[in-house]
Write a new protein. Structure first.
Length: 171
């Protein structure tokens, strides 16, 4: 008589190992699927939140800011959600590729609620010299592309001089 595992015991062991392997695979796939589903829900919520925020540029004008030549840009919140003061801290303005971060006075503007307007007043000296910001000239009778970024959101407009003698454009 040979010593070893009988065929019945070997079949039972093989079945148990197969069931265990399928169980481990099932648990791993279920965990993986739950993680993917949570990430997709987060992404969808982020997109919904982002879609509720928007703004538009109402006007761009040459102006005197703190006694220096500057630019005034009027914005309106056209979305359903408020831009927080933290988001306003990262406001960036580009005029024909010349950019500056806009210093926002949070004491006077704690947030930017839906339907409201704000005016960004930018001293031309604040434009980055590396992008020739000091040469920003809206009164040169040319067409200019203006972009404003607030955190992840942006609005842009292309405008030129006004016929009524105003310094720049009123959209």
């Amino acid at each position: 008589m040979k010593k070893g595992i009988t065929p019945i015991i070997s079949v039972v062991l093989l079945l148990m190992m197969t069931v265990a392997a399928f169980g481990v695979a099932y648990l791993w796939l279920r965990t993986f699927q739950e993680d993917v589903q949570k990430e997709m829900e987060k992404s969808a919520q982020s997109q919904i939140y982002k879609s509720k925020k928007s703004f538009e540029i109402l006007g761009v004008f040459e102006a005197t800011v703190n006694g220096n030549p500057g630019v005034k840009i009027i914005l309106r919140n056209t979305g359903e959600a408020t831009f927080s003061s933290k988001e306003l801290q990262t406001t960036l303005v580009m005029i024909d590729g010349k950019y500056t971060f806009v210093p926002v006075n949070l004491a006077t503007l704690p947030n930017f609620p839906p339907g409201s307007t704000i005016t960004l007043e930018i001293d031309k000296d604040l434009f980055d010299p590396a992008t020739a910001g000091s040469e920003v000239d809206l009164a040169d009778q040319q067409t200019h592309k203006i972009k404003v970024f607030i955190s992840k959101w942006e609005s842009s407009v292309v405008c030129g001089p006004l016929d009524d003698g105003a310094t720049y454009c009123n959209i």
